[in-house]
Design a protein. Structure first.
Length: 320
């Protein structure tokens, strides 16, 4: 209904205001200062039932009615204390999320540590505002790890969203919860193009001549017959298929040229499509163990290869 919208908007504003006041930290220990408790709907119904029982016992002078009323009330108070203690003293440590590609799900690892000699039951964690909960028990003087997921809306560097931990143990009459605002961030790379065109032409090094053009498969031309002692990474397996002898890349030819990747080579004017194609080229060049460099606005990464070089290029594409 339309008249519900102002209420939902007001609740969202209050929640954002409250979360903005929370400190950002990747490790937190729950105390009385940051653990909150309120009765649930079943708890309110139980309170109403106890009130009716109490009034009836007073009106009709029922001793057994008094006994039942105060027995249930005492059990409820004990359940409230036990539920609050389930979260109080619990330590939560965030496991830094790994970088992902856009549209993928980022997985957040949370390690729950229990220093007490009693097991903690029925602890749920969720991204604030989400309906999906992950529940776990934490053993006595032990730890357990819970994994949550969220999907960042776009590429770049994103803070881990605010998290909520709660329990309704043991009776379900009280909701005990806490709100946690981690400081960690997750890096989101552009989505690599599924079927990118071949790698662009290599540029001659300073003092060199000529230009090396890639073939239709994206491999650079400049091959020779295999020589004993050539490393396996220089063997061109695609050109070897159907031949009686192996074919290797001409290392001297490769050294005379450099593979540089930039926006102008993508052949498209859309900024995100350019980054998507560059991302696919970086992965393709890394897969083929080629030396490659990356030029972006204000950023130049010199040609290289290896896992560290690939991650540096992907990070530059994500943050440009």
């Amino acid at each position: 209904m339309v008249w519900f919208r102002p209420l939902a908007y007001a609740r969202a504003r209050v929640r954002r205001w409250f979360e903005a006041r929370l400190p950002q930290q990747d490790s937190t220990t729950l105390t009385q200062r940051n653990v909150y408790i309120l009765p649930t709907r079943p708890g309110l119904m139980l309170a109403a039932t106890l009130l009716v029982l109490l009034i009836a016992s007073i009106n009709y002078q029922l001793n057994l009615g008094y006994l039942l009323t105060f027995l249930l009330a005492g059990s409820t108070l004990v359940g409230m204390h036990v539920g609050h203690g389930t979260l109080r003293g619990l330590t939560m440590n965030l496991i830094a999320p790994k970088p992902i590609f856009m549209a993928a799900t980022a997985h957040i690892g949370i390690k729950l540590h229990n220093a007490r000699r009693r097991q903690r039951y029925g602890i749920g964690l969720s991204v604030s505002g989400a309906d999906h909960w992950t529940w776990a028990d934490v053993p006595a003087q032990g730890s357990t790890t819970v994994t949550l997921g969220f999907t960042p809306p776009k590429r770049g560097l994103h803070r881990v969203p605010t998290l909520t931990a709660e329990t309704r143990f043991p009776l379900g009459t009280f909701r005990v919860w806490t709100v946690w605002r981690p400081a960690a961030q997750v890096l989101v790379y552009p989505t690599p193009e599924k079927s990118p065109p071949p790698l662009p032409a290599g540029e001659p090094r300073a003092g060199g001549a000529g230009t090396s053009h890639p073939s239709a498969s994206g491999e650079f031309e400049g091959v020779r017959a295999y020589r004993r002692g050539d490393p396996l990474k220089l063997i061109v397996w695609k050109k070897t298929a159907g031949r009686e002898e192996l074919v290797s890349r001409d290392a001297a030819e490769v050294q005379r040229h450099e593979l540089w990747l930039n926006r102008a080579q993508t052949g498209t004017s859309h900024p995100e499509q350019q980054l998507s194609r560059l991302c696919a080229w970086v992965l393709l060049a890394d897969q083929r163990e080629l030396n490659y460099g990356l030029r972006l606005a204000g950023v130049e990464i010199k040609p290289g290869h290896g896992e560290a070089h690939k991650l540096r290029c992907l990070e530059a594409l994500a943050l440009c």
